[in-house]
Design a protein around this ligand. Structure first.
Ligand code: G3P
Ligand code: CA
Length: 333
């Protein structure tokens, strides 16, 4: 199925903010993502010891904050097994929010995004409430809706630690007037765990089932599986490779039927994650130069827009915005 270019919209989801340009999951990153044309601010949520939701990609905060350089927290270093994966470091659940607020964010991808390391130590770790406040104020200032797109991270693990994420998320959304049919700004709620989405059904908000490229999600990629997903979600957020795979030669392959099948089941499709640097692009789209140089990202967006995806998670909202402009308007000149 090819997209009719007049069919709008293609939603741009600023993945961890404008994380190509700022350390991920900081208010500065989120704000820039919106100013670069993003429609939604995407954030991953984990819980602190005192039950507050903060924005980090995983519970381990040693790779995205300066916690390892803080002698006062040296005794918090530990090893935890989360969903079968052992990790050593510093975990959000061992810190109060007040302690987290003394930390500062650092760039995760230090070799590829060396420019961002200049902003190490500048920004705080934001709370969910702060991001909601930012989305509301940007909506007012920019004159267009800036939505939020929170993800519950490892929700079953959190629950096993007495830190159930969903009631905390629902309370924050309710408190801000972001539930029901007409939230103050658009909202999608996402998770890799179906059970978490089921717990969020009462919000009345649109729910997105994230699908990895691995075995656990394979049954959900069939028409029957997608029909089942449609009983608890409004959209899927598949790994890009489930939509347009990459051949062994590093070329974009023929699209799979996933988008057409998902649409048939009544589901929107928002694949993740688009990144402009050579390091992350299929070999055939790379430019000569360093892994950190930009490659032919426009061709990648184009391929996915052609297939009819309804949105994209991107570290570079500006690039997605320009690619969308070109795709929708480019042949009118
Ligand atoms: O939420 C979409 C995408 O971010 C899922 O993968 O691991 O980057 O959170 P991850
Ligand atoms: Ca995410």
């Amino acid at each position: 199925m090819r997209r009719n270019k007049k069919e709008l919209p293609i939603t741009i989801i600023s993945h961890r903010g404008a994380s190509g340009h700022r350390p991920e999951h900081t208010l500065a990153s989120y704000e820039l993502g919106a100013r670069h044309g993003g429609d939604f601010i995407e954030m991953d949520l984990v819980a602190t010891r005192d039950g507050r939701l903060i924005c980090r990609h995983e519970q381990e905060i040693g790779h995205t904050t300066d916690v390892a350089d803080r002698p006062e927290f040296a005794d918090r270093r530990t090893t935890r097994t989360i969903d079968g994966r052992e990790a050593e470091g510093f975990f959000a659940q061992d810190f109060t929010l007040a302690e987290i607020k003394t930390l500062r964010a650092v760039e995760r991808l230090r070799d590829v995004r060396a420019e961002n390391t200049a902003m190490d130590g500048v920004y705080e770790v934001p709370t969910l409430e702060e991001v909601i406040g930012l989305a509301l104020s940007l909506t007012k200032e920019l004159g267009r809706p800036i939505g939020i797109y929170p993800e519950t991270k490892h929700p079953a693990y959190h629950a096993s630690q007495g830190l159930e994420l969903e009631p905390l998320l629902i309370a924050a959304l309710r408190g801000a007037g972001l539930t029901g049919d007409e939230p103050k700004v658009p909202v999608f709620l996402q998770s890799f765990e179906a059970e978490s989405l089921r717990k969020l059904a009462g919000t009345g908000l649109r729910l997105v089932y994230l699908m990895g490229a691995g075995e656990p999600w394979r049954p959900y990629t069939t028409p029957e599986g997608l029909a089942e997903v449609a009983t608890f979600a409004h959209a899927i957020g598949p790994d890009k490779n489930l939509v347009v795979p990459v051949t062994g030669d590093g070329e974009l392959d023929e699209p799979t039927p996933l988008v057409a099948d998902a649409h048939e089941a009544g589901l929107l499709v928002h694949p993740y994650t688009f990144r402009s640097e050579n390091r992350f692009l299929p070999e055939s789209l790379r430019s000569p130069g360093d892994p950190s140089d930009y490659g032919g990202f426009a061709a990648e967006y184009e391929a996915f827009f052609e297939v009819g995806v309804d949105g994209v998670f991107t570290d570079f909202s500006r690039h997605a915005f320009l690619a969308r402009e070109h795709f929708l308007l480019g042949d009118q000149g």
